[in-house]
Design a protein around this ligand. Structure first.
Ligand SMILES: Cc1cc2nc3c(=O)[nH]c(=O)nc-3n(C[C@H](O)[C@H](O)[C@H](O)COP(=O)(O)OP(=O)(O)OC[C@H]3O[C@@H](n4cnc5c(N)ncnc54)[C@H](O)[C@@H]3O)c2cc1C
Length: 381
């Protein structure tokens, strides 16, 4: 009798090993983007368009800094699941978010700040929620403890004041038809400096700088809408930066399943010489004919900034023709600026090439194309 396959999810993640961590940017880039290959041994089924949920760990230096700052013993046993214990070091590594201070931490330590100006300043901050939000935005716990000299906490007090870890999502960059035992990701490591100390995003920093010996809890987060159309449909994909991830998966899947529709990709980043992610693969796909059109926009290679939406406008007639002939339009990546600008470009194209008024163009893109025909699909974050 065969066992029922385990179903892994947020509450019951699969413990995967990470078998590859490759820097995609070249020397001299301002970015740190990684190609990550997660070895799932086939236990984590997925479809193109899905995301992988990753439950991150804090990198060792962040844990050591906090334990050192509070002069605690890293080996102190602390309660864990099923009446077991783990060391303080392990609990802080895997169960809490240490790269950004919680508001409850600031509220919880105010009584421990020695009487004086700082105590009054922090008490005033706690009474002003927006100011408290701003205070914790750029500080981790060590920054707060540096700012509030003289605060001492024991292990139980500390664990009661730090936020629990939460998963982060990453668009899957591989096709399970081609890679049933692996999940590929394209991860931009978030790095910055604040209060004189270097910082990283918890999950992207972990994925970029993890220890290979440690297993990583992961699960599939299925997409509700970001699916490929029928094999004979044409697709247009706009994916600058890490937005390329699902489109790398789409291209693999379309090739493996013998799709007859054409594939048109827009990719962009800062500089061609250092930031052309997956350059060889994309150029190879063009050469072999599985990627029919590739348009590139490198914003910093010339005096004026060129973005994917600039390139879309350059081929507005052809894009309108594809859309009129039934092509599906996908956009992935930065929600704040890029996706908004791409949306505006689509409206401009409908006006320019379709001869529509502003109102009719907006109605066509927002209602007909998006809601009724469901041919305009977004995976933006
Ligand atoms: C559906 C979906 C798909 C996604 N796909 C991808 C993908 O394919 N690739 C990818 O890389 N990401 C993707 N993301 C984003 C990803 O989930 C994470 O949000 C991202 O990696 C940052 O998480 P983190 O844990 O590293 O950073 P966190 O620890 O959550 O936070 C770090 C944040 O702190 C901020 N910050 C705080 N203080 C400062 C300061 N002083 N200066 C600057 N910044 C500061 C930064 O803005 C940064 O965003 C996706 C998100 C969603 C929702």
């Amino acid at each position: 009798m065969s066992a029922t396959p385990a179903v892994y999810n947020r509450n019951n993640p699969y413990m995967a090993s990470i078998k590859e961590n490759r820097l995609l940017n070249k020397a001299g880039s301002e970015k740190d983007t990684r190609h990550i290959v997660v070895d799932t041994a086939g236990h984590v089924p997925y479809h193109v368009g899905d995301s992988l949920g990753v439950i991150p760990r804090n990198v060792p230096a962040v844990v050591a800094d906090l334990i050192g700052k509070l002069k605690l013993d890293p080996e102190t046993p602390v309660p864990a699941a099923n009446n077991t214990t783990v060391t303080l070091k392990e609990a802080l590594s895997s169960q809490y978010i240490l790269n950004r201070a919680s508001k409850k931490f600031v509220k919880g330590i105010v009584d421990k700040i020695p009487a004086g100006e700082k105590k009054e300043e922090i008490a005033a901050l706690i009474a002003n929620e927006p100011a408290l939000d701003e205070y914790v935005f750029s500080r981790d716990y060590v920054d707060v403890l540096n700012d509030c000299a003289g605060v001492e906490l024991n292990v139980t007090e500390l664990l009661g004041l730090v936020n629990k870890v939460a998963p982060r999502l990453y668009s899957i960059a591989s096709s399970s038809v081609v890679y049933p035992n692996e999940v590929h990701l394209t991860v931009a490591v978030v790095k910055y400096e604040s209060h004189g100390r270097p910082k990283m995003g918890i999950a992207s920093g972990y994925l970029g700088y993890h220890s290979e010996a440690i297993l990583t809890p992961v699960y599939t987060q299925p997409t509700r809408h970001f699916h490929l159309p029928a094999l004979d449909k044409n697709i247009i994909m706009v994916g600058p930066g890490t937005g390329i991830a699902p489109f790398r998966a789409f291209l693999q899947e379309r090739k493996a399943t013998g799709a007859t529709g054409k594939n048109w990709l827009y990719f962009g980043d800062q500089r061609r010489a250092t930031d052309y992610l997956y350059e060889e693969e994309l150029e190879g796909a063009v050469k072999e004919g599985s990627l029919h059109q590739l348009d590139l926009a490198f914003s910093r290679d010339q005096a004026e900034k060129i973005y994917v939406q600039t390139r879309m406008m350059e081929k507005s007639a052809e894009m309108w023709k594809w859309i009129q002939e039934g092509a599906y339009f996908y956009v992935c990546g930065d929600a704040k600026r890029m996706a908004r600008d791409v949306h505006q470009a689509l409206i401009e194209i409908a006006k320019k090439e379709g001869g529509l008024s502003q109102e009719a163009a907006e109605n066509y893109i927002n209602v007909t194309f998006t809601k009724e025909e469901k041919r305009y699909l977004k995976d933006v974050y």
